[in-house]
Design a binder for this molecule. Sequence first.
Ligand code: FES
Ligand code: FES
Length: 213
Amino acid sequence: MSEIADNKIIGTTPEAISRRDFIKGVIAGGVAVSSASYLFRASTLLGQSADGAERLITLNVNGQQRRADVMKQETLAWTLRHKLGLTGTKLGCDRAECGSCTVLIDDVPHYACSVLTHTVRDRKVLTIEGLASADGKLHPVQQGVVDEQGFQCAFCMPGFIMASVGFLKTNPSPTRTQLAHGISGNLCRCQDYDKILTALMRGAENMRRASHA
Ligand code: FES
Ligand code: FES
């Protein structure tokens, strides 16, 4: 469309803005608005949210003090995986149903997908990465899984192990039924429950042996 035709749509005087100029203006304005909101967002990424809440916090994870920039509504699973690089904590359902994201908070198993990170600021978080000892020796429950080759794809494995470690702190000598009940908040998509239970029972046995050694 020519400049003259443009002017017919928007106006007829030489001073009238052309349609092309109008569209250019709208696009530029849109870019300006987008940039403004981006800049605003960027400014909130530097330690404070828009409502002034502190976002740069310190967490006790696997015995270390870890600093992270955490949004008010952020879940612990998200922080662990995306801010701290601890991807051993898996996200399955992300809605407190499967247990893949299980971690220990002050020694008690929790679904990390359903805990807000800001609520664990003064607590101790333990993930699968923090189970082995500093010299690389596997935790007895991890060793039990290796011994029995208890999982198929193993996506659910970290959650099961963390749930078991938490449960065994309260009952170090469970029967098979008791352990099954203790980890019943965890699901396995491969449905390899019998082998999983055998491996975790071996882990419990390893733990008892280690504590008597
Ligand atoms: S991912 Fe947390 S319970 Fe499923
Ligand atoms: S072994 Fe595949 S999801 Fe549990």
